[in-house]
Design a protein around this ligand. Structure first.
Ligand SMILES: Cc1cc2nc3c(=O)[nH]c(=O)nc-3n(C[C@H](O)[C@H](O)[C@H](O)COP(=O)(O)OP(=O)(O)OC[C@H]3O[C@@H](n4cnc5c(N)ncnc54)[C@H](O)[C@@H]3O)c2cc1C
Length: 291
């Protein structure tokens, strides 16, 4: 596998924002992924589809591993072993093909399995992804060992997983348990969700920027209380279609994007005495002045 130097990370994110990786590789097999994880480059950052990250304009030091290891094995009538770089849309369509149901509510989420577990994504029916996890195989960067973690032994919450406080653990694969379902009902549900979401949720975004406060929606607050839809700094704009999405109109920088986030947070704090907590992950150094 090739380790490339000074590779722009923007094309590896849905936002198309981010400076260069000092070193970069894109493993497509489990062996290549293990080779990258055991390589001497430090630090190491793992990227899935880059659909929930804001990467600093200054890029990332060390090695960035763009995980493209796709694999799905059906272990029994309702259990699947899935590699962490597998795209969620592919996982959903292949499990529906086998008559399995459960993941439909995560339709139109452009991530990988690893990102879904790390972020513990939420679906339209308010289930979190951990509901479907039996166990997770991880590589521990500090011991260089592989471990199998039963999902029930880990702590999970809305958009929260234990992996967020343990950056040394890289998710390699997971066993999922789904229900036996009806293929055409599942396909209709996925179509309905996609039809509802696609006109409102721009792909040139990082998804919802803020977690919903208990009992409310961040999008409603930003739109109806603060009237900030369309607010823009540089090419980073609060989407006119969905106020909890900030889109890259063309050449937005991470600094522009962060300034919009800070503006929303200061408005919610001063006008509503409310702290909006980001859902997206920030990678790299945001304290340096912009070039
Ligand atoms: C249009 C749109 C709609 C979206 N809708 C939703 C939604 O409905 N619900 C929702 O919850 N989210 C949603 N998102 C956000 C996002 O798609 C999900 O969080 C997604 O699961 C992230 O996966 P990813 O592979 O892109 O992760 P990335 O963005 O690449 O990474 C996210 C974080 O996970 C870590 N990570 C990735 N892979 C691994 C691994 N193998 N091991 C350890 N850490 C890893 C990364 O280091 C990073 O910190 C949406 C985003 C977009 C653009």
């Amino acid at each position: 596998m090739e380790f490339l130097k000074n590779v722009s990370l923007a094309p590896h994110t849905t936002l198309k924002i981010g400076g260069p990786a000092e070193y970069f590789c894109q493993p497509t097999t489990s062996n290549d992924l293990l080779e990258a994880l055991q390589s001497p480059f430090k630090p190491k950052t793992i990227l899935g589809n880059g659909s929930n990250v804001l990467i600093s304009d200054h890029g990332l030091p060390g090695l960035v591993i763009k995980n493209s290891v796709f694999d799905i094995s059906f272990l029994s009538s309702n259990r699947l072993l899935v590699s962490s770089g597998t795209s969620l849309p592919l996982l959903i369509s292949q499990s529906m093909e086998k008559g399995l149901s459960g993941l439909e509510e995560f339709a139109y989420i452009p991530g990988t399995l690893g990102g879904a577990i790390y972020c513990n994504i939420h679906g339209v029916n308010k289930n979190n992804f951990d509901k479907f996890l039996v166990s997770i195989e991880v590589f521990d960067l500090s011991t260089l060992k592989i471990q199998n973690l039963p999902s029930k032994d880990l702590s999970w919450g809305y958009d929260q997983s234990e992996f967020q406080s343990k950056p040394g653990l890289v998710i390699l694969s997971a066993i999922l348990q789904l229900s036996l379902g009806n293929r055409s009902q599942s396909q209709n549900l996925v179509k309905k969700i996609t039809d509802e979401k696609s006109p409102k949720q721009s792909i040139n975004s990082a998804g919802s920027v803020f977690k919903n406060p208990p009992g409310d929606s961040a999008g409603r607050i930003i739109d109806q209380e603060l009237k900030l839809k369309g607010f823009r700094i540089g090419d980073a704009q609060i989407s006119k279609k969905h106020a909890n999405f900030i889109v890259n109109l063309d050449h937005a920088t991470a600094a522009d994007y962060l300034s919009v986030i800070r503006h929303i947070q200061s408005e919610t704090l001063s006008k509503l005495n409310l702290d909006l907590v980001p859902e997206i992950q920030f990678l790299g150094d945001f304290s340096l002045p912009t070039k």
